[in-house]
Ligand binder design. Structure first.
Ligand code: SF4
Ligand code: SF4
Ligand code: FES
Length: 489
């Protein structure tokens, strides 16, 4: 456990800790470009130079191990001058793109230039080395080689995290540039993390480019519902529209996000978003749709059944359980989902594409009900005449519904989710619009936080269930998400 002193403060750190990490433990920020806590140390940008007593030269803090008795200074005149020189060097060939660059506002070059340099360039703009700009590489990214400072974070990400190693540094000296290896494509399923790790605007997201200045974005911490991993995310939005989803690194689950998870938000703004009910194939206003649905359920009251959904929150599943038990007064309901879970690619993506099988099982533990197999058998035999469920969960009983001929009533957020043959569809607010509790494959409880408003008139699923029960002549008293959760968590 070496003990060292940084800017007059002494601390003890674990063996192997670098000077940069030790400074971080003290709350001292050492500027860096190539260093990333989840990638190997490359020590190429020289931005983290610090003064170490008894060392003849400045040392890179990211690649220097803390040693017993070391005395480090991070803010001397010598260090500040070195930072200015490094910035001048990095900016020599950097284009004057800030006004049109998507990284502006969150760019490492802009930030450190303002903090450490503010020097006027001594280099004539016309002598800058020109490199390729706007190169679409892979389905999600555009590369601007002129903006690159050759920190190699992107190269190391592909070599060390996805282990696909598609990128490399070509040429030497000021002709160096990042390129895709011959015959390779940048489609490793995690490519948008490259835009995140790039400290400048060299890699930009095709989806986000030119859509919004970053300083206008509001940030809402929430959870990805793209699979059972349940990565923590941050939704960036402005004036009711979502522009991007970023990772919220945490020790339990994720540093990165998969590309598919980042795109889940698209469904919120998709053209097929449901704001009305659908009876057979026709759109109708919400209240008549609820009334019609309730009377179809009442008609088959004795043979109605409810299937929860691993795509719904605990609150919404709990409301469906109340509908079955207290309004329909049936034992024909199931919240039993046992898909295989676990990380399937060694990085993040889960074997289970649904986010909340574990949460639905908590509803089962509190409310009982049939096993999935028992309900499936009843549906297949024709004993169930009407089934209420969520659109994606209905697909789990596709064959049984065909065999038994039950009338299908589903909740769906988008028209594309509606299963073929559904009799009635009711819209609901999705989890970018309403709070919900989810339990990931590790058993961790996580809550979504609404970032944008639902389409006018569209309410959370628990509230839609409450209305449906009223039309059937029962009050479930579900006037809040907490009321739905009572006795479950
Ligand atoms: S493209 Fe970005 S991440 Fe890659 S080397 Fe250049 S500056 Fe670094
Ligand atoms: S791994 Fe799953 S939870 Fe994580 S970002 Fe991808 S889809 Fe979302
Ligand atoms: S951060 Fe240390 S050399 Fe780049």
């Amino acid at each position: 456990m070496p003990k060292l002193t940084i800017d007059g403060k002494t601390l003890e750190v674990a063996k192997g800790t670098t000077v940069l990490e030790a400074a971080q433990q003290l709350g001292v920020h050492v500027p860096r470009y190539c260093y990333h806590p989840k990638l190997s140390v490359s020590g190429n940008c020289r931005m983290c130079l610090v003064e170490v007593e008894k060392s003849p030269k400045l040392l890179t803090a990211c690649s220097t191990e803390a040693a017993e008795g070391m005395v480090v200074h991070t803010a001397t005149e010598k260090v500040k001058a070195a930072r200015r020189d490094v910035l001048e060097y990095l900016l020599l060939n950097h284009p004057l793109d800030c006004p049109v660059c998507d990284q502006a506002g969150e760019c490492g070059l802009q930030d450190y230039y303002m903090e450490h340099s503010r020097a006027k360039s001594r280099f004539p703009a016309e002598d800058k080395v020109r490199r390729q700009k706007r190169r679409p590489l892979g389905p999600h990214l555009v590369l601007d080689n002129e903006r690159c400072i050759l920190c190699t974070r992107c190269v190391r990400f592909c070599a060390e995290v996805t282990k696909t190693a598609e990128l490399e540094v070509m040429e030497r000296g000021d002709r160096s540039f990042i390129d895709l290896k011959e015959g390779r494509a940048l489609d490793n399923g995690y490519s948008l993390n490259i835009a995140d790790v790039c400290p400048v605007g060299a890699w930009t997201s095709r989806d986000f480019r030119f859509k919004q200045r970053v300083w206008f974005l509001k940030k809402t911490p929430t959870v990805c519902l793209g699979c059972a991993t349940g990565c923590l995310t941050e939704v960036h939005h402005n004036e009711g529209a979502i522009y991007r989803v970023m990772p919220r690194p945490n020790a339990e689950t994720n540093t990165w996000l998969c590309d598919a998870g980042r795109m889940v938000y698209k469904a919120v703004q998709a053209g097929d978003r449901l704001a009305k009910g659908v009876i057979k194939n026709g759109l109708i206003e919400l209240e008549p749709a609820l009334r019609e649905t309730a009377s179809r359920i009442d008609e088959n009251h004795a043979a109605a059944a409810v299937l929860g959904s691993p795509w719904l929150s605990v609150e919404d599943n709990a409301a469906l359980a109340r509908l079955a038990k207290d309004a329909l007064k049936t034992e024909n309901f199931s919240f039993d989902f046992n898909a295989e879970q676990g990380i399937k690619d060694g990085i993040l993506i889960n074997k289970d594409p649904a986010p909340n099988a574990a949460g639905a099982r908590r509803v089962k533990a509190a409310c009982g009900g049939l096993s999935f197999g028992e309900l499936a058998a009843k549906v297949a035999s024709g004993a169930v005449k009407v089934l209420v469920t969520e659109a994606r969960a209905a697909a789990l009983l596709k064959n049984e519904l065909k065999a038994g001929g039950a009338r299908l009533i589903v909740f769906a957020a988008n028209r594309s989710e509606i299963p073929q043959g559904a009799y009635a569809t009711l819209p609901y607010a999705n989890y970018f619009e309403t709070p919900g509790t989810f339990v990931n494959f590790q058993g961790l409880e996580r809550r979504t936080v609404p970032a944008v408003a639902a389409p006018e008139g569209v309410r959370p699923l628990w509230a839609m269930v409450n209305r449906l029960a009223v039309y059937s002549g029962t009050s479930l008293h579900l006037d809040s998400a907490e009321a739905a959760l009572k006795g479950i968590l």
